[in-house]
Design a protein around this ligand. Structure first.
Ligand code: FAD
Length: 376
């Protein structure tokens, strides 16, 4: 274990790996990435693996996703690892109660240059004959979304970072950040102390705990989501797109010879969640309602992961007032895979220059959640 480093990154999920790579690319390679388990063992290894422009809540998220999407299209040339992108498209369907929201979302996406088409129930049925559209009022279609391999993203970033001198330490847990006179001095770990001037908190759902070490309350709401993969299921052709029922937040896509489905926004304190079978009933009811033939499917496997959400659905990225040398890169919610290239780029710029030049990160500052002193 090195005794010193210029930068220590806590967490080797997709955000920590991207940050390490981007730091090295900016010429800062005296970096140690601490990972208490293995690379990708947190949320990043438990996602639905969708590179999605469609499911973005507002203009800022769409603009950020467009930036990262463009980077992914050249990932293999840039990083030297294939990400196996399969452009299967994203179909959203909404009942009457959520149709207006979906229509507005489609308008926003189009205004920002994201190809998005509105579909009638008949057009949806034509595109996806197995869907029940009886209660569907509106659908939207985004042809550019698809499946990507998060493990190859992490492996690619980590490997290139290592080639440039970064050290990735698996099975080493950070236990404390030492701060003296408002300045970071280093990180305590289960294997000894690393003196450093900068720490990046990329601990995903555990970022809250890391923040508390320095007296910072990071307002992340960790929410569990369960994913189920069926056994081989030829009743649904393997070239069907991703489909999301926006009213109940249930989704489904082909996965090998079977189907992958996900659902759930269940706040949790437990972060090493085993498979939550109590979340299955709602998921299976939503599945059989929207695609009735799924009643005949068998379950091959499943898992539950944590999405580190924030109150405004934007990540928390940037320096922290009063703790010089601490940089936050967390709260990436349900979009960390798609946003990883930009997340790493921005955090690396903050470390290198003290500010981000690629975009204004003011809206991502943790201070936006501080109580407004003018109101007191
Ligand atoms: C079911 C599900 C589906 C999803 N689907 C998608 C999707 O389709 N598309 C998309 O873009 N996003 C999706 N997401 C969201 C995405 O997975 C997350 O936003 C992203 O993985 C967050 O990455 P991260 O690196 O911040 O966190 P993590 O991947 O959790 O990484 C944090 C790492 O920090 C380590 N760590 C924590 N504390 C310490 C410590 N003290 N010392 C050392 N190491 C520590 C952990 O072990 C972990 O490996 C999904 C999430 C879930 C749960």
């Amino acid at each position: 274990m090195p005794a010193t480093a210029e930068v220590v990154i806590i967490g080797a999920g997709v955000i920590g790996c991207s940050t390490a790579y981007h730091l090295a690319r900016l010429g800062i390679s005296d970096v140690v990435v601490l990972e208490m388990n293995q690379v990708g063992s947190g949320s990043s290894g438990k996602s639905a693996s969708m590179l999605s422009l469609q499911a973005r809540p507002d203009e800022l998220c769409v603009r950020m996703a467009l930036h990262s999407y463009a980077r992914y299209m050249h990932f293999e040339e840039e990083v030297g690892a294939p990400v196996d992108f399969k452009k299967i498209g994203w179909l959203s369907v909404a009942t009457e109660e959520s149709a207006e929201h979906l229509r507005q979302s489609a308008e926003l996406l189009r205004s920002l240059g994201v190809r998005t088409e509105e579909l009638s129930p008949e057009e949806i049925k034509h595109r996806y004959p197995e869907l029940n559209v009886e209660d569907v009022a509106l659908g939207t279609w985004g042809p550019d979304d698809g499946i990507i391999d998060p493990h190859m993203i992490m492996w690619g970033y980590a490997r290139r970072a290592r080639e440039m001198g970064v050290r990735v330490q698996e099975n080493v847990r950070a236990t404390q950040i030492e701060v003296r006179q408002g300045r970071v001095q280093g990180v305590a770990t289960g294997e000894g102390f690393i003196a450093c001037g900068t720490v990046v908190n990329a601990a995903g759902p555990w970022a809250v705990e890391v923040g508390r070490w320095v007296g910072l309350e990071i307002p992340i709401i960790n929410a569990a989501r369960t994913i189920v993969v069926t056994g081989p299921f030829p009743a649904i052709p393997s070239d069907r797109p991703f489909v999301e029922d926006v009213t109940v937040e249930w989704y489904c896509r082909p996965e090998g010879p079977g189907m992958l489905m996900g659902m759930g926004v269940v706040p949790t304190e437990e972060l090493d969640v085993p498979f939550r079978s109590d979340m299955l009933d709602g998921l299976l009811d939503a599945a059989v309602h929207r695609i009735p033939v799924l009643e005949q499917a068998t379950m091959l496997t499943g898992w539950t992961g944590i999405r580190p959400l924030t109150p405004d659905n934007h990540p928390i990225l940037g320096p922290v007032a009063g703790v010089d040398g601490l940089v936050l890169n967390c709260g990436w919610g349900g979009m960390g895979i798609i946003q990883a290239p930009l997340a790493g780029q921005l955090a690396a710029e903050v470390v290198a220059d003290g500010y981000a030049s690629t975009m204004d990160i003011g809206p991502l500052a943790v201070e936006r959640f501080a109580p407004d002193p003018a109101r007191h």
